[in-house]
Design a protein around this ligand. Sequence first.
Ligand code: APR
Ligand code: PHB
Length: 390
Amino acid sequence: MRTQVAIIGSGPSGLLLGQLLAEAGIDTVILDRAGKDYILGRVRAGVLEEGTVGLLDKANAGARMHAEGLQHDGFSLAFDGRDHRIDLFGLTGGKRVMVYGQTEVTHDLMACRESIGALSIYDAANVQPHDFDGQAPFVTYEKDGVAHRIDCDFIAGCDGFHGASRKAVPERSLRTFEKVYPFGWLGILAEVAPVSHELIYANHPRGFALCSMRSAHRSRYYIQCSLDEKIENWSDARFWDEVRRRLPAHHAEAMFVAPSFEKSIAPLRSFVAEPMRFGRLFLAGDAAHIVPPTGAKGLNLAASDVHYLFSGLVEHYKESSSAGLDAYSQKALARVWKAVRFSWWMTTMLHRFPDTGDFDQRIQEAELDYLTHSRAASTVLAENYVGLPF
Ligand code: APR
Ligand code: PHB
C-alpha cells in the first residue's frame, strides 16, 4: 500500500492532522494499536482554546462542538475561603474558551474521517516507522497475524507518550526534559449539574481541587492526591466530602452530588523531547510533550503542533517548498515551551507540595494575592489560559 502521509496514532493529533490534510486533498492512512471503542473510552481534559476551535472548524469537524460546547468567559481561583474571578474575556480583549470534552472531539473527528471514506487501521500490532532518514520511508505493522507495509512520503508520529515513533529515533539524536510532580489527580465524572457555571481552581491546605464540567448536567471534579493513593479507597461519598472541604463554604453548600460513572487517578508530569523532526518523521502532540493538566493545555498544544505540521505539508505538496517543514520543530517547540512553563506555573501555584516549608507557603500565598489583585498579573494568567497565538 502507498499513501502520502502515514499517521501513527488515532488520538486527537493524528485525527486532526488527517482531517486537515484530507480537506487539502492530501492522502493519509491512520494506524492505531488500539481499537476505536477503547480510544473513545478515554476521558481527558475538556477546555479548548479559540485556536483549537478554529482548527476544528477548518477541518470541518466543529458543528457539534458549536451546538453542544459551552463558551466560558472566565473562571474562578478559590483560596483562603474566597473566590476570585479571572475575567478572561475582559482581560484578553474578547477571547474565551470552549468547554467541550476531548472524548467528544475525538468522536467528531473519527465520524468525519469515516464519512469521507479515509482509511484508519485499528488494532494494528507492532507499528514501526522505517527509513525516515532517507527519501523513501515506510511503516510496517501486523493485523490479524499478517505483516503489512505502507510506503509514504512522510510519517507523522502522533502516537502519544508511550508510542513507537519517538522510540524509533536513535537516543543520540534526541534530548529529553522531564519533571515529575509528587502527587496525582483523582478525577470523577458524574451526571449532575456543575456547582458553578464556570470552572473553579481551588488552592486549599488539604490540596488542590478543580470543579469542571462537560455540560449543564454532567460534572467533572478532580482532587490532588498522593501518588500511592488507591482508587478502591475512594468511595463516591468520601470523594464528594473531600471536594467540599477544599472549596469556599458557599460552593460547598451549593454542591449537588450523584454517583460517579468514571473514577481514575493520573500522575502529573512535564516532558519535552527535542527536536520534533527527524528527516521525514515528525512528532506531534503527546508523542513529543506532556504537560500536567492544570490549565488544560495538552490537547491545545497537540492542535498547535498539527497546525504547523499541516501548513508545512501543504507548502511541500502545493508550493514545492520545504520551508514550512524545515521550520516545524523550531516553531512548534517555541510554543510548546511557553505552554510547558504555564502549566508548570499553574501547577506550582495551586497545589500543596509535600515538602513545602513555611517560607514557600507564604510565597505561594503572596503570589495568589498579587495575581488576583493586579490587573497586569491577572492579564498574564488570562492571556496564557485562552492560548498564545500560533
Ligand atoms: N502504535 C500505534 N498506535 C499507538 C502506539 C503504537 N505503538 N502507541 C500509542 N498509539 C496510539 C494510542 O492508542 C492512541 O490512540 O496513539 C494514540 C495517541 O493518542 P493520545 O495519547 O491521545 O495523544 P495525542 O493524539 O497526541 O493527543 C494529545 O491527548 O493525551 C491527551 O493530554 C493529551 O490532550 C492531549 C491530547
Ligand atoms: C476537565 O474538564 O477535565 C479539565 C478542565 C480544566 C483543566 C483540566 C481538566 O485544567
